[in-house]
Design a protein. Structure first.
Length: 99
């Protein structure tokens, strides 16, 4: 994942930030959607399949890897900006898109 933030300067010109990397080793990302937060830090939701914790014999709990919905926040107040995982929860394994 690569994240860019957009901003306007005093002349109303749009500027783009340098790319911020947000790697998730051991996970497959199916879908990403930006969330409107008004004036707060930007949030985005990801539909992911975490396969790194699963063992070849069926997973840590015997059911194999699970799909999860994760929420990430881009902390633009820190220099350089950081991506922080806010929350995640297991979802239906048939899910494949975040709208």
């Amino acid at each position: 994942r690569v994240i860019y933030t957009f901003d306007r300067d005093s002349n109303s010109l749009v500027s783009i930030s340098a790319p911020i990397e947000a790697p998730r080793p051991g996970a497959i990302t199916f879908s990403i959607a930006a969330l409107d937060t008004g004036k707060g830090n930007p949030l985005f939701a990801c539909l992911e399949l975490e396969y790194a914790a699963a063992t070849p014999d069926g997973g840590a709990d015997g059911d194999g890897p699970h799909k999860i919905l994760s929420m990430y926040e881009v902390d633009v107040s820190s220099k350089p900006a950081q991506v922080l995982k806010k929350t995640s929860e297991a979802i239906d394994p048939a899910s494949n898109l975040v709208i």
